[in-house]
Every structure is written in C-alpha cells, then in structure tokens.
Design a binder for this molecule. Structure first.
Ligand code: ZN
Length: 249
C-alpha cells in the first residue's frame, strides 16, 4: 500500500547545521510555551538557536522547519545509548502543548487532542519507515535529558502511539508497588537497577548508590510507562518495567 504524502506547511528555520551521524532515533518533545505560534516563531528566530525538524499543532497541522538530512537543534545536552550528539543521530518533533509550565486551572497537565496525536503518529511512522527506526528508538526528550527535561510529559499518550506501532508499551507488568529502593540507599540491587537503566540507553552510572541522578532517570522511565505514579522511587512495578525494557529489541 502506498500512503499519500503528508500535508506539510513549510516554515523554514535557519537553526540547523550538518549531520555527522546516521539517523537512528526519533525524539518527541512538547513545546512548553503559551501557543504554537510562539513556539514556531522562537524556532525560526536565529537568535534563539533552537529548532526541530517538525512541529505538530494542536489541530493536527504539521510544520516542516528543517530538512531531515540536516541537524536540527532540539536535544541540547543529552545522551542515549552512550551517544551524546543526539541532534546528529535523531529527528526531532515538537508537539504543541503547554506542558508542566502551563497547567490547567484544575492543576492538571493540558491534554493532547486526538487529532494532534493522530498527526504525530502518521508523521512518526512516515519517518520511521524512511529511516528504519524501530519503535524502541522513539523516545522522549526526558529520556535523553532526564536531569533537566520533563517533555513530552506523563500526559503524553505513549500507549496510543505503541498501539499504532510508533512506540513501545509493555503487554504486562508486575503491579506490586512495594518499595525496593529510594534516595540515599546503597545496595547491590541499586547497581543492578542502574545497569538495567544504562542497558536501556539512559545516561545511568553504575555506582550502587540511589543518588539524585538515579532518582531522576527512574522518574523519566515512569513518565513513559507508569504515568499515574511518577515519584522516582523504585518499587517492584518500576523494576519490572526496567527488566521488560532491557529485553525489548
Ligand atoms: Zn524538548
């Protein structure tokens, strides 16, 4: 089956340079600003020195800012699977959403509309086919920069993307939430946890101490796969998710 080309709005950004690596990752972001228009203007401003390859508006419109053969500037200081030049190794999609800085009046995170997510899925799958990116390699900004980023947030529908083949989601998990490791603990089990996180791709150091970095990486993993309890504490369920992700090819 031949898919119709996606409708794109051309919105070129000057904020890019040359790739030095093949594309192996797709990184998803939220814009975290008051509007899509504001985010688009910022990503097209040479002084801002930030961009992405695409931006997806809340109504599903897709903007193309940087050609996929070029290196857009979306990842910042980041690391995945030992690679720190993520901008060279990835395609970045900015998804319009206010995120953690623009909560609803009831304190909830602003939802991603279905029409927007359907566009994100169509765009992601198009990119994944062309660059042979596996669903395992569709990740969040918070995964590659867990110490400083929270996007696309625990309200992003990763499970829906996985159902469409554009991400991963566990078929089952151990739902036991008894606590195993918390901040400050030193244990051989903590080293095993850290080793698992590093195997997944996170920038985890294996030192056996449940330090601030470990807590933030666990928090990032929970944003992906356990959105109703994002606390940085490793319980039995969190450990089962680590073990599952290590095994995903
Ligand atoms: Zn981001």
């Amino acid at each position: 089956m031949i898919n119709a080309p996606l409708d794109m709005i051309e919105a070129p950004s000057p904020n890019f340079d040359e790739r030095t690596l093949p594309v192996t990752l797709l990184v998803l972001h939220y814009t975290g600003m008051e509007s899509g228009a504001a985010a688009l203007a910022r990503m097209r401003d040479p002084a801002a020195k930030v961009s992405a390859h695409y931006m997806v508006e809340e109504d599903g419109r897709i903007y193309r800012l940087v050609g996929e053969d070029k290196r857009a500037w979306h990842a910042g200081v980041s690391e995945w699977g030992g690679e720190s030049n993520i901008n060279s190794a990835s395609i970045g999609i900015e998804i319009v959403n206010g995120g953690h800085d623009f909560l609803l009046e009831n304190g909830n995170l602003p939802p991603y509309p279905d029409i927007q997510i359907n566009a994100v899925i169509a765009l992601s799958k198009d990119i994944m086919v062309r660059h042979h990116i596996s669903p395992r390699h569709v990740i969040g900004h918070s995964d590659i920069a867990p110490l400083r980023k929270m996007d696309p947030g625990e309200h992003f529908p990763w499970q829906g993307l996985a159902a469409a083949g554009a991400a991963i989601w566990p078929d089952s998990r151990d739902e036991d939430r008894r606590v195993l490791f918390t901040r400050g603990m030193r244990d051989r089990g903590v080293a095993i946890l850290q080793s698992g996180l590093a195997q997944i791709g996170y920038s985890a150091r294996v030192n056996g101490e449940y330090d601030a970095a470990t807590e933030l990486i666990v928090t990032a993993l929970q944003r992906r796969f356990r959105p109703d309890k994002v606390d940085g504490v490793t319980d039995v369920e969190t450990m089962s998710l680590v073990k599952w992700w290590v095994e995903v090819i």
